[in-house]
Design a protein around this ligand. Structure first.
Ligand code: AMP
Length: 288
């Protein structure tokens, strides 16, 4: 057992960030014994302790130093007005806080909301946006099902989190202006001590390696040696590929790392230039 004081990391007790938060820790090689029924769980092989907390309470726990770090939506930090340091964006739970209005009512710009009633669960973020745009509106704070507010005559517009837009669509609403964009982040406490900061650095090194490998693939192909330069020319912006001779004279093997999305853009060109036996292999971690 390590004698280091554990780094206390707050994650959602339940909610949309929980599964991906735990999955990320797992991909970082951290083994957590436990069930979510407990409030906290220690990792077996890394000096970390997981605290399962209510989403909206997490920024406060981090600010107070009860948790050293937390995985939380950026928007929740803004809404709760907490002084915490965002140390790593995580690329999941991407969403935007948007203003939406009934689609049969004309909307020119955000100025049209002056004097109107807006229903939201995010009054602080909305107020900041309205102030920045010099708009005075009546904010109705409600805790859920915000999207039905215009239909039942409670508000003229809503301000809610959107990812695909399907909830707005189903309720006859149209997304108009984006108040802010958000994704899951690791936030750190202003009170974190040096020992735990060192553990955080070790954790961030692992997190960065996991994130770097996501959406990247290892690409291997056999290429006539005479065509190697042409093939390398088709792999733009990448680090110098590895070129190895094959047992068969006149053939080489070319290896490189590629964005998964880019692969489909260049596959036809690779084949026309003589690449054969193309393999795309997932990458587990990338140490940068
Ligand atoms: P939950 O505890 O499940 O309500 O999680 C809320 C957090 O998930 C929000 O504060 C956002 O950071 C994030 N989130 C991501 N996409 C959405 C979405 N479409 N609707 C609501 N929350 C979302």
């Amino acid at each position: 057992m390590s004698s280091l004081p554990p780094l206390r990391i707050a994650v959602q007790k339940k909610g949309r960030l929980l599964d991906e938060s735990i999955q990320l820790l797992k991909e970082c090689g951290i083994k957590i014994d436990n069930g979510r029924d407990q409030l906290k769980a220690a990792a077996r092989n890394f000096p970390i302790e997981v605290l399962y907390l209510r989403n909206s309470d997490i920024p406060q726990y981090i600010q107070d130093g009860v948790a050293d770090i937390g995985i939380i939506g950026e928007n929740t930090i803004i809404e709760k007005k907490k002084e915490v340091e965002i140390v790593q964006k995580l690329g999941f739970s991407k969403c935007r806080l948007s203003l939406a209005t009934p689609k049969d009512i004309p909307y020119g710009s955000v100025q049209d909301l002056d004097g109107k009633r807006i229903a939201t669960s995010y009054p602080v973020s909305l107020q900041l946006f309205l102030d920045a745009n010099n708009i005075k509106a009546d904010i109705h704070e409600i805790s859920g099902s915000v999207e039905i507010a215009p239909n039942i005559g409670l508000a003229d517009a809503i301000c809610d989190l959107v990812s695909t837009g399907s909830t707005l669509f189903k309720n006859g609403l149209e997304e108009q202006d984006i108040v802010l964009k958000s994704e899951a982040v690791i936030a750190a406490s202003p009170k974190i001590d040096q020992e735990r900061r060192d553990i955080l650095d070790r954790l961030l090194f692992r997190v960065k390696s996991v994130l770097a490998a996501r959406n990247k693939k290892y690409l291997l192909m056999n290429v006539p040696t005479a065509k190697v330069d042409d093939i390398i020319g088709i792999l733009p912006g990448m680090r110098s590929p590895t070129v190895l001779p094959l047992a068969e004279e006149g053939w080489s093997s070319v290896h490189t790392v590629i964005d998964e999305g880019r692969f489909w853009d260049i596959i036809d060109e690779l084949r026309t230039s003589g690449a054969e036996g193309i393999l795309i292999v997932p990458i587990d971690k990338m140490i940068l």
